[in-house]
Ligand binder design. Structure first.
Ligand code: CA
Length: 229
């Protein structure tokens, strides 16, 4: 059985729609497109896609509204494609439940990489096998972090931060979500303590903290941990 992965593209610009369609079709994805939010919503419900690529600026509806509606009944991965480069929109889209965003203009390799990441996260069962990337190993069960075989000592909170990012590697984790995960829902949303912890983590795990290779900052949005190798 060779069932194709189904991707719904909701985008009103014809050129971008056909660009995405040709890129995805060449990779054996099955593609269906919608030019309006209303059309997208009905196809999301009837066609049961495995992933949605969603433009935020639609003629009949704001993409944010579409995310909200879909999240009312489904957890399927949604990648926002947007010309809006404002950080507020990225945060808002992720906050509404989008899994990732990609900013126009983008190339086909970036698009395909984001899709693979989003699909992997939705399909992969939550396992506790270690995270591995560029010599860094995080063993969640043993609570052990090593780089090139040398043990790195992290505090409890530092380990919690790194683990959370590693288990969601490739995805942007919003500052607020990270703070809530580590310090609980009633913690003050103060980025300072998170920034201090991150500076310490980088000093310990990064070969050069000024040029991180494991944990990247998405300015004004959150952090993204490098994909596993
Ligand atoms: Ca548009």
């Amino acid at each position: 059985m060779n069932q194709k992965i189904k991707i719904l593209v909701v985008e009103d610009e014809k050129n971008i729609r056909s660009f995405i369609t040709s890129v995805l079709s060449s990779q054996q994805y099955q593609v269906i497109t919608a030019a309006t939010g209303k059309e997208g919503l009905s196809q999301a419900a009837s066609w049961c896609p495995d992933l949605i690529l969603l433009d935020l600026g639609l003629p009949d509806m704001d993409g944010m509204e579409l995310i909200q509606k879909i999240r009312g009944w489904s957890d399927l991965p949604i990648i926002v494609i947007s010309a809006r480069i404002q950080e507020d929109d990225k945060v808002k889209a992720l906050d509404q439940g989008a899994d990732d965003y990609i900013t126009k203009p983008f190339g086909n390799s970036e698009l395909l990489a984001r899709i693979r990441t989003a699909l992997r996260h939705s399909i992969r069962p939550q396992t506790d096998r270690p995270y591995r990337c560029k010599g860094l190993i995080i063993d969640f069960e043993k609570r052990l972090v090593t780089r090139e075989g040398t043990e790195i000592h992290l505090t409890q909170n530092e380990f919690k931060i790194v683990s959370f990012l590693a288990k969601n590697c490739g995805k942007v984790i919003l500052y607020d979500r990270l703070i809530e995960h580590i310090w609980g829902p009633y913690s003050e949303n103060d980025n300072t303590i998170l920034r201090v912890n991150m500076a310490n983590i980088r000093r310990k795990i990064e070969p050069d903290p000024a040029e991180p290779v494991y944990i990247f900052t998405e300015i004004g949005v959150g952090y993204r941990m490098a994909e596993e190798e």
